[in-house]
Design a protein around this ligand. Structure first.
Ligand code: MG
Length: 290
């Protein structure tokens, strides 16, 4: 996110105090930001960002049409995992997860997110969670809920994300009465593709993503096949084998960079509370071979 005026004032004040205050100031700023996510808002869109390749829209284009609202399918949540699924969160503990550090020098640690009443909840500012296991091509089911209490607006209302391979984000956001740019709304491939329709539910209700993800392929350090993503949002198809342009970025386009064939799944801490439950994956291995 672009620095706010208050942030510039904050650092200007630090400069006036001298360099010795900077480290303390950065730490205090981080704590302030963690507490202030609910007071934040975001621009409704942009007019000066890069054009998306193969599209007529810019990244976070303010003029890009909003997808039409549709009534979601009548899914019975929580969905029971199939017998061959790897259950990453069953509502009881975070043993499949580690906490990612906010600073590069720190090592991953024990998860700090809250577990209660069968769900986990982001502790704002604590850092994102990553799975201990790594995955490539997967079917992923995850249920999420924006807490009923209003907190922030636009990109700050219920922002989290499903970061496939830690890089490719399906956006989690309050999808109802929460204006934002189309390619950043709930169910978007963030900064690239809005959902085709908006089958979101109000805050306080549980919602489901069913994702089919094909990992990118690299050979000799070169991309030979991009990632593709299919998403059913509350039982409604919103992406159909959509090509992913590259790793997630804000107001920018990033190119693919080679990485391992399997990487952890990450849930984003965007410094506002969001809840998750019933998370399971099925690594995709194709048809049985005779
Ligand atoms: Mg996000």
């Amino acid at each position: 996110m672009s620095p706010s005026i208050s942030r510039r004032k904050w650092f200007a004040g630090l400069m006036a105090l001298g360099g010795g205050a900077t480290a303390l100031g950065v730490r205090l700023w981080s704590q302030k930001q963690a507490a202030d996510g609910c007071a934040e808002t975001s621009p409704p869109g942009y007019t000066d960002t890069p054009l998306l390749p193969g599209q007529k829209w810019r990244v976070h284009d303010i003029a890009r049409p909003q997808p039409p609202r549709v009534t979601p399918a009548g899914l019975q949540l929580p969905v029971t995992p199939p017998s061959d699924a790897i259950v990453l969160f069953d509502g009881k503990d975070l043993s499949e997860w580690v906490q990612l550090p906010r600073g590069r020098r720190q090592a991953p640690g024990e998860p700090k997110w809250i577990v209660r009443d069968g769900y986990m909840e982001v502790v704002p500012g604590s850092g994102s969670l990553a799975t201990r296991r790594k995955f490539g091509d997967v079917q992923l089911h995850i249920e999420w809920c924006i807490p009923p209490e209003p907190c922030g607006s636009g990109q700050w209302r219920g922002n989290s994300g499903i970061m496939l391979m830690g890089r490719y984000e399906v956006q989690v956001l309050d999808p109802i009465d929460n204006p934002t740019y189309a390619d950043g709304m709930a169910g978007s491939i963030y900064g690239q593709w809005p959902p085709m329709v908006n089958p979101g539910k109000p805050r306080g209700e549980w919602q489901a993503f069913d994702i089919i993800f094909e990992a990118p392929r690299f050979e000799s350090g070169q991309l030979v096949k991009p990632a593709y993503l299919t998403l059913l949002f509350n039982g409604v198809l919103v992406h159909h084998h959509q090509e992913i342009i590259g790793p997630v970025a804000h107001a920018a386009i990033r190119r693919y960079e080679p990485h391992d064939p399997e990487e952890p799944l990450v849930l984003q801490d965007h410094r506002v509370p969001v809840r998750f439950r019933n998370i399971w994956v099925r690594p995709l291995r194709g048809y049985a071979q005779g």
